[in-house]
Design a protein around this ligand. Structure first.
Ligand code: DLL
Length: 433
């Protein structure tokens, strides 16, 4: 039986907005009292949490950014003592200083309930066998989905990052009915099944809940046609908790945001001005119930719009549209967020390299690849073939080691790369997602 928390998910908007304001006060107080970073933000503006009595007051509060989190690495943003933190995850980005996110016991319960919500909205029930094909580890994705699925009572298979053949074998033998993964991994599985001559119609697979990276309606169609399933989109951000922020219902026309726990806003990324419903801008999120890691007006860097119209499913929770791009040049490859500044940092550590580079992301046979065009000094570029190859290899292994992702390297003359950068962006994503 699907779980629908009608009290919250179908709450009349007036009541919901009242609840949000009521929840805001204690969270602002907790930030002010327990997080030095927030206390000084408030003090600099001579604001105390009690001054925030309406949404208009709230919108005057400052934003929190990813760099604020890294500046307070590792525990500076925690609002409870470490002894009350029962889980620690980090964001998937490739920076040397990751964002460290703590969860209290209560935060974990909320997280599981919110994941259960969107799984349920996507039709998952206790009769399902659900294969979680996200990597278990510091990354929050797999754990969030795992506990949410358990809360529904589904049979959970923590397939993690097993290679495609093992994943397919698990699907066949354990009669998986729901796949949870990135959309690109679903396409890889479809390719592999085709290569192995496995007919997906003979599997028990009925639906897939996909998220963690940008994908399109076209990709949805491909996945559905090739795996014979219904595919649902869900959205999450590690800093906010991971998956569980929003997910599609049976209508599949936008992802319902769990507004009773997370307050969404859309702003103009250039000016910070709040935009009207329906306008596309940067999604900004505030946690309303997080104990260990509350965030105030966190800039996600994701471009979307909000639709407050009632949904045919009966939920009143606002729907966010599919994310089509980001405001920054972070690219997500195989669920890993690549921050170009980090590539730059690695390059500056290596002798013989100009601080000039270009990142090209491509997709061939549904496999994503990252190639780095790097400008090298003349003596490296015109060096003997064997030295040239050794240099490429050294660079490739250093980048792969520090980014946790395979990166191809192409050495270039400075003026050629200069020309490329004059006409094209630093990060070129050719995947047509
Ligand atoms: O990707 C959390 C997650 C795990 C969500 C599993 C869904 C399923 P991060 O690694 O911090 O967290 O990456 C967050 O991924 O800011 C978006 O740019 C992108 N993203 C996440 N979900 C979607 C989606 C997890 N459904 C970043 N569509 C976000 C488009 C998405 N982009």
């Amino acid at each position: 039986m699907a779980i629908l928390d009608t009290r919250m998910e179908c709450c009349p908007r007036g009541e919901l907005e009242q609840l949000q304001l009521e929840r805001l006060q204690p969270v602002l107080n907790r930030m002010y009292k327990n997080v030095a970073f927030y206390r000084s933000l408030f003090d600099e503006r001579s604001i105390v949490p009690e001054d925030v009595c309406s949404m208009q007051d709230f919108r005057k509060l400052p934003f929190t950014t990813r760099s604020d989190l890294t500046a307070n690495y590792p525990y500076g943003m925690f609002a409870v003592p470490l002894r009350e933190v029962v889980r620690i995850h980090t964001a998937t980005d490739t920076t040397d200083t990751p964002t460290v996110v703590g969860y209290s016991a209560h935060d974990l319960q909320t997280w599981a309930a919110l994941v259960a919500r969107f799984l349920s909205a996507g039709g998952v029930t206790r009769d399902d066998v659900i294969q979680v094909s996200f990597r278990y580890g510091l990354f929050s994705g797999a754990f969030g989905l795992h506990h949410g699925a358990e809360q529904i009572g589904a049979s959970v298979i923590p397939a993690s990052s097993e290679h495609t053949d093992r994943q397919i074998r698990i699907m066949q033998d354990y009669r998986t009915s729901v796949l949870v993964a990135t959309p690109s991994f679903a396409l890889l599985l479809a390719d592999r099944m085709e290569a192995l001559g496995i007919d997906p119609k003979l599997l028990m697979l009925k639906r897939g809940l996909f998220g963690g990276e940008i994908w399109s309606e076209d990709t949805r169609r491909q996945i559905e046609q090739r795996l014979f399933i219904q595919a649902f989109d869900n959205y999450g951000v590690s800093e906010l908790m991971g998956p569980g922020i929003a997910g599609e219902c049976s209508e599949r026309s936008g992802m319902h945001i769990c507004e009773d726990h997370i307050l969404p806003e859309i702003i103009d990324p250039a000016t910070g001005r709040t935009l009207a419903p329906g306008e596309t801008g940067e999604l900004v999120l505030t946690t309303l119930t997080r104990e260990a890691f509350p965030l105030l007006r966190y800039r996600t860097g994701d471009l979307t719009s909000l639709n407050y119209a009632p949904c045919a499913c009966g939920r009143t929770l606002v729907r966010m549209s599919r994310i089509e791009r980001r405001t920054d040049d972070i690219v997500i490859v195989k669920g890993i967020n690549i921050v170009p500044q980090q590539i730059e940092k690695i390059l500056t550590d290596i002798e013989g390299i100009e601080p000039l580079y270009r990142v090209i992301v491509g997709r061939e046979n549904n496999r994503d690849s990252v190639t780095l065009h790097v400008a090298v000094s003349e003596h490296v570029f015109f060096d003997e073939v064997k030295h040239h190859a050794a240099f490429v290899e050294r660079l490739r292994s250093e980048l792969s080691r520090r980014l946790g992702l395979r990166i191809e390297v192409k050495l270039m003359e400075k003026r050629t790369l200069d020309r490329e950068l004059e006409t094209g962006p630093r990060v070129l994503d050719t995947r047509n997602l």
